[in-house]
Unconditional design. Structure first.
Ligand SMILES: Nc1nc2c(ncn2[C@@H]2O[C@H](COP(=O)(O)OP(=O)(O)OP(=O)(O)O)[C@@H](O)[C@H]2O)c(=O)[nH]1
Ligand SMILES: [Mg+2]
Length: 257
């Protein structure tokens, strides 16, 4: 089996190379490929990535504009050659050492989808109140609308079979993609297994790009997915359409439909 690890990155000069080293050091019992999608970084991140020695385990995708984390993740899903695909932010808020425990339920055949929950069984921890309350409220909304009991729909740690990812017909470009992935999985009847993970949140001063205003686009994505009909179009077709002449989209809420 092979694991594709999608790493969206924009202006993460201090953390992206250590993060790549830590991901490479993880023994997850299968071959890994790292798909790093750089959103036109201007702080030296891109130069640092280009200075890495060429390697079979590394795919570099260089975007010509910051199109949003969601757009970068969708590009990574599209490029994935592994049987399983996951997202790993480039900022070291989550520990790549926990990847094997995230993979276990899929490898053991118990599910197709695992989320690393920052809050299951752990409460708020070091997460600031605003972020915790926002995530709690948005997760609650998804739970009510989809009759489930998740604890962290916005976690970056989403691990799923690549063929499942390709059925989701994802459109969001910003941080709302996290909600869209979750809700489309729930809508399509997939069982999401949550595994607790350790979270070391960083502040805006330390480079965090997500802001409270993102909450509205996330809520819109939840409601829209709940009341939309299943589309027969595939992710591949929507991505192909988007790639042809896409203008730089809003990093927080742009969509391709
Ligand atoms: N390619 C690309 N990556 C981005 C863009 N915006 C953010 N990212 C990356 O997406 C990842 C997540 O961004 P953060 O600002 O840490 O937000 P977050 O970790 O999702 O926020 P929390 O869920 O609250 O932890 C980081 O690795 C960013 O560098 C973008 O426009 N393009
Ligand atoms: Mg982060």
């Amino acid at each position: 089996m092979k694991l594709s690890i999608v790493i969206p990155v924009r202006n993460e000069r201090d953390t992206v190379i250590p993060l790549i080293e830590r991901v490479r050091a993880v023994d997850c019992g299968m071959t890994k490929e790292l798909i790093v999608v750089d959103g036109a970084s201007t702080d030296g991140t891109r130069e640092a990535l280009l200075a890495l020695p060429p390697s079979d385990d590394l795919v570099l995708v260089l975007e010509d504009a910051a199109r949003g984390k969601g757009r970068a993740v969708r590009t990574g899903f599209e490029r994935a050659a592994g049987d399983i695909v996951m997202v790993q932010d480039a900022d070291l808020e989550l520990d790549p050492g926990e990847i094997p425990s995230l993979l276990a339920p899929i490898v053991e055949g118990r599910t197709d989808v695992v989320f690393g929950s920052r809050f299951r069984g752990r409460g708020r921890g070091a997460t600031p109140w605003v972020g915790y309350a926002g995530n709690f409220g948005l997760t609650w909304a998804a739970n009510v609308l989809f009759l489930t009991r998740l604890t962290d729909i916005l976690t970056c740690y989403k691990v799923l079979r690549t063929d499942t990812a390709r059925t989701l017909d994802l459109r969001c470009n910003g941080f709302d993609l996290d909600a869209e992935i979750t809700c489309r999985l729930l809508r399509d009847g997939h069982r999401i297994v949550e595994v607790p993970v350790t979270y070391n949140p960083r502040s805006v001063d330390e480079g965090k790009k997500l802001s409270p205003s993102v909450g509205w686009s996330v809520l819109r994505a939840i409601v829209r997915t709940r009341f939309s009909r299943r589309s027969s179009r595939t992710t591949v077709s929507s991505l192909t359409r988007a790639t042809s002449a896409e203008p730089a989209a809003s990093p927080t809420s742009g969509r391709d439909d």
